[in-house]
Design a protein around this ligand. Structure first.
Ligand SMILES: Cc1cc2nc3c(=O)[nH]c(=O)nc-3n(C[C@H](O)[C@H](O)[C@H](O)COP(=O)(O)OP(=O)(O)OC[C@H]3O[C@@H](n4cnc5c(N)ncnc54)[C@H](O)[C@@H]3O)c2cc1C
Length: 488
């Protein structure tokens, strides 16, 4: 039996673990170690001991996802029991008008153009221009244009160079392209935006879904149980802090147990930066033939930080050009329903720009008869680091109150939770212009060490749950080939 160690129990680590055992059960043994902040990594959401919702932010499931729904199905769960369609609606807050407008998200060249013609947040002549622009973009995308060539340029500039009137790039409607990647306040690479648009170029691909219950319960926990049913082992509270190597092989991993006290008390997950460096739980793991690391980009840079030889190698040195951002997530429940929208609302002023009324999707309300409503909001912290939690909350609620019929305070807030996802392991990878040339592939200079995760190049190549799963699969295939352990 060849022994494979997977670091991380997020979408990439779980996918890698499952794939290894599905393909080569009996020939490989697989252990997943992770820090213990719940199965599902950044896509986890669950209730803690105090019934608080712990998550890294609202997650949208998109119609073009194939690998993730198939994995859910193989785990004995189903997409239908995890998520619900948002009925082809996206909404945009236009601050100049103080109103929220609806954009249908049906895909396809004609449908997309028509969606923009109908969008009432712009003047009629601007809508027609926008619609023509979008129709041209879709024609190029469906014509198979090679998109990687556009990576160095930001999508805003690409749009202007390709005919969109500059003033339209300053609208909230345009900001949706950037904010969807958490690249606010900065710019997103045209490669990433155009690639997403290509995936969303059919109505099925463009359909968006919201979770009906915490993701961990409906998606990640079933996948973890499936992995264990295949013989896999999951070991929590194991934080990798560095690795040793000999020639071209990684020989052992230095690990420690992260702050179990904070976790047991039901407080928010540990902050890597607050861990003591020598805490008595330090040990090494050496019983593996191959390792797949799904450690997020910001954490990876902290491994072997003092090893100048390793970090000078071109494979690793390139990663230093990559960045990840801290996100904000907020949940607000009110006694009475007030927000009427059925899909996500983009375009609120930073730092919290995206809000979704989850009431019609969450089973607690839909089936369980719970009263009131729940709004889940996400944003990015950059530029607002010095704001207190209270400032962020009241600014966000004030923005809501400006929209007719959306005053959350007036609907009586019964629960409010704000998370500042600042730790390295919580940060989201930024799809900035020019990142493609710095993103690593799965094969490292070490013969037995492989990378996966949403920031590692892969077939899907988008920073999302589907991309992470695709990346986990690819790393697993490489490991099996390298170990000569491919099952029948
Ligand atoms: C606010 C927010 C909103 C998002 N919205 C969406 C969305 O709408 N749709 C979508 O598809 N995606 C969304 N994403 C992206 C999605 O969450 C990620 O792409 C996905 O979780 C990446 O999976 P991963 O396995 O690569 O990494 P992660 O999910 O980060 O998992 C990494 C794993 O590694 C472990 N780990 C980290 N450091 C160490 C260490 N030193 N030692 C041991 N283990 C370690 C962690 O415990 C975790 O188990 C969002 C992300 C955020 C933050």
């Amino acid at each position: 039996m060849k022994r494979v160690l997977v670091i991380g129990a997020g979408p990439a680590g779980l996918a890698a673990g499952v794939k290894l055992l599905e393909r080569a059960r009996g020939e490989v043994s697989v252990k997943i170690v992770h820090m213990g902040h719940h199965i599902g990594g950044k896509a986890a959401s669950y209730k803690d001991a105090k019934e608080r919702l712990i998550e890294h932010g609202w997650h949208m499931f998109v119609g073009f996802y194939e690998k993730l729904p198939a994995l859910i199905a193989r785990a004995g769960a189903s997409r239908a029991k995890a998520v619900m369609s948002m009925q082809g609606k996206t909404h945009v807050y236009e601050p100049a008008r103080g109103q929220i407008f609806t954009l249908d998200s049906a895909g396809g060249r004609i449908a997309t153009a028509w969606n923009f013609v109908k969008y009432e947040g712009l003047k009629v002549e601007d809508r027609a221009h926008y619609a023509r622009f979008m129709a041209q973009v879709f024609e190029r995308l469906l014509g198979g244009e090679e998109l990687e060539q556009h990576d160095d340029v930001c999508f805003t500039r690409w749009a202007i160079e390709n005919g969109l009137l500059p003033h339209l790039t300053r609208t909230s409607l345009f900001r949706v392209f950037r904010d969807g990647y958490f690249n606010f306040p900065e710019q997103v690479s045209a490669y990433h935006t155009l690639k997403t648009m290509r995936y969303m170029s059919t109505s099925e691909g463009a359909e968006t879904f919201a979770a009906v219950a915490p993701y961990s319960e409906r998606v990640w926990d079933p996948i973890a149980r499936y992995f264990e049913s295949l013989g896999g082992v999951i070991e929590p509270y194991t934080m990798v802090r560095g690795f040793a190597y000999d020639g071209r092989r990684v020989t052992n991993l230095a690990v420690a147990r992260p702050d179990p006290v904070g976790h047991a008390s039901g407080d928010t997950p540990w902050k890597t930066s607050e861990l003591p460096t020598e805490d008595g739980s330090a040990r090494t793991i050496a019983d593996f033939d191959a390792v797949i690391s799904t450690i997020p980009q910001a954490v990876f840079l902290t491994l072997n930080a003092g090893d100048t030889r390793m970090w000078r190698s071109p494979y690793f040195a390139r990663m230093k050009n990559l960045r990840s951002a801290a996100t904000l997530s907020m949940t607000v429940r009110t006694k009475r329903p007030c927000v009427p929208f059925v899909g996500p609302v983009f375009g609120f002023p930073a730092p919290i720009g995206i809000a979704t009324n989850m009431t019609r999707y969450l089973e607690r309300y839909r089936v369980g008869g719970e009263e009131g409503q729940e709004i889940q909001l996400v944003g990015q912290e950059s530029g607002f680091e010095s704001w207190t939690d209270e400032q962020i909350v009241s600014f966000t609620l004030d923005n809501f109150a400006r929209v007719p019929s959306c005053d959350l305070r007036a609907a009586e807030i019964t629960y409010l939770e704000l998370h500042r996802n600042r730790s390295d392991f919580e940060r989201i990878f930024l799809c900035e212009p020019g990142v493609q040339k710095f993103r690593p592939g799965p094969l490292t200079p070490f013969a037995n060490f492989f990378l996966a995760g949403d920031w590692v190049r892969n077939e899907v190549d988008l920073v999302c749950m589907e991309g992470a799963v695709a990346s986990g699969y690819e790393a697993a295939e490489h490991v099996l080939t390298r170990l000569g352990a491919l099952g029948g």
